[in-house]
Design a binder for this molecule. Structure first.
Ligand SMILES: N[C@@H](CCC(=O)N[C@@H](CS)C(=O)NCC(=O)O)C(=O)O
Length: 211
């Protein structure tokens, strides 16, 4: 298995899942130019990370990769079994993280893609922060009284939350002001598997750092 990733991106979550599973895998970190190369576009026509390659399969889309890894490794302790109530909950949160929280960050990182007004980028970024606050508040409320996103054990949903929560530590309203999310980020930051991912990336936990 090979994961195409880039340090500090959403693909960190898939890298964490592979570390949790503990089977041999390879990871290649791409820079922005390599993501747009013809060879990589063959694997992932969107030109983004992550992509997981497993034999003949080239699978883009982070959420699809997390579910694939979970289904392939039902006993790895990375999420609830198919057919259970917790698994349905897991789907709900993976969809929310992938389809709502993650896209809310795009105008923060790439404001130029969201306006044709070259003077309008700061306003675009400010609007993204309002949306991110809305989503982080919803997640923080959900986490009240819970140890993990779903059920009573860590899962790929926590891994998915980890890099995104990390991005907001440097915001005017930093992740540390969402105490339940902050608690999970700190817990994961001290997980040996997560630390191995940081080491492979040459990054350190974003806790308290600027985005
Ligand atoms: N829908 C894709 C989006 C992936 C995505 O946005 N990846 C970012 C890193 S977090 C990326 O590679 N961006 C490069 C670009 O947008 O050109 C997924 O969920 O996997």
């Amino acid at each position: 298995m090979k994961l195409y990733s880039a340090p500090g991106t959403c693909a960190t979550a898939m890298h964490i899942a592979l570390e949790w599973i503990g089977n041999p895998y390879e990871v290649e970190h791409l820079d922005f130019a390599a993501m747009k190369s013809p060879e990589y576009l063959e694997l992932n026509p969107s030109g983004v990370v992550p992509t997981l390659v497993d034999g003949e399969l080239a699978l883009p889309e982070g959420m699809a990769i997390l579910l694939y890894l979970l289904d392939q490794n039902p006993d790895a302790g990375i999420g609830p079994a198919a057919g259970t109530k917790e698994r349905v909950e897991l789907h709900r949160w993976l969809v929310y993280l992938s389809g709502t929280l993650h896209p809310y960050f795009w105008p923060h990182f790439m404001p130029m893609r969201f306006t044709t007004d070259e003077n309008g980028q700061e306003a675009v970024r400010a609007a993204s922060h309002i949306l991110i606050d809305k989503a982080l508040t919803l997640i923080d409320d959900h986490l009240e009284g819970r140890d993990w996103m779903v059920g009573t054990s860590k899962s790929v949903a926590d891994a998915f939350l980890y890099p995104m929560a990390g991005w907001a530590y440097g915001f005017d309203k930093p992740t540390s002001q969402y105490p339940n999310i902050d608690r999970i980020v700190h817990k994961l930051a001290s997980d040996p598997a997560v630390q191995r991912v940081h080491e492979a990336q040459g990054t350190s936990p974003k806790v308290g750092a600027a985005a």
